[in-house]
Design a protein around this ligand. Sequence first.
Ligand code: AMP
Ligand code: MG
Length: 424
Amino acid sequence: MKLFEKLIDHREAARLVGENTKRLPVEDVPLEDAQGLALAEDLKARFDSPPFDNSAVDGYAVRSADATEGRTFEVVDEAPAGRPARKSVGEGEAIKIFTGGVIPEGSDAVVMVENTSGWGEEFELKKAAAAGQNVRRGGEDVRKDDIILRAGTEIGAPEIALAATQGYGKIPVYRRPRVVALSTGTELVPPGERDLSPGEIYDSNSFAIVAQAREAGAEARRISAASDEPDALRNAIEEALENADVVVTSGGVSVGEKDLVKSTMTDLGVRQVFWGVKFKPGKPLFFGMRDDAGVFGLPGNPVSAMVCFDLFVRPALMRMMGREDRKRPRVQVYFDEDVHNRFGRLHAMRVSLQKTEKGWRAESVGAQGSGLVSSLTKADALALIGPESEVRSGEFVEAIVLREEVLIGELGTESTGRMVESRG
Ligand code: AMP
Ligand code: MG
């Protein structure tokens, strides 16, 4: 019988994953595909921005020296956005201008059309204007050679906008990891395909893994579940390994006779880094490397697979992208009752959270069986209960927050509907 050679501590497992995963190569990625990636180099302004003095309003460009109340102006040209005027503004003259239009030569102020007698060949000014009024200065946003974004910055909508203003069509980022998810198990049927025959279940893990990988910012796809037959398994794992930065399998990695995933992986040249972690849910977790690709064999139980993904695969993806994970904050939580862990390994317990006067109160989502998929929809956090420990009522332990939106409660905002529901 196969047995775990050695169960390692969960911190050691996390350390080994970190040690073996490296940042992916830097690539110039089109702006629209860079969201969620980390900038690999400082980005400099190529020119002053905005590139020219322009109007902040629709109205007339005038000389401020002329802009006294009651004066009449002759309109000599126009300057819509994108088409500078051909004429310049002389004494008593004005050029019709629209927001973003280039401030015409000779003028130094823009009067809003609302402060004139209206659009026309000429107009009367109803309100005096000072120099610089309604003029947006070239360079007032960004100066040439300024560092506009620092290396390491995570690219979101504002960063994309800023890079675009400077004409960057592509920016250098650590490449997005390519994840392939593969479920294993003869009992698995793809959801939506057909009804189940006796003994069969629908494959949920590969769908969950793809969603988790995408949520982390990776590119992910699933391949059809493999049966537990050695040849089928081998072909599927081989296919998954092609062209992937990270392969995530589920099932078949424990000590059962049909659990051939680990041996098949090592046969295919995957170097085992560890197999077996003192961790619940997810003791049989396997991690190995083939060349630069990380290979995770997650346990088949859906809760184990998802929790192991969050605790071990997600940090690896973040590392590959050169990113900090800001969406898994750790907070101190307490329970209203004594909590025991008799498993002899760390228990990442699914809990819901509630803010109280004392801090964050955690409550088990109910039964903690690792097949209970519905329990995950109710979990706000994973409370980390040490091995062989007894956490007394009111005592604080660390928890990893899975839905950082629950922390919004801390800011005094209304709870979301989902939170209320999870409170039962
Ligand atoms: P295993 O790790 O292969 O022994 O599987 C443990 C349990 O998880 C068994 O009850 C499997 O049927 C179930 N399981 C394995 N893979 C999946 C999957 N992809 N989706 C849903 N359940 C699964
Ligand atoms: Mg199985």
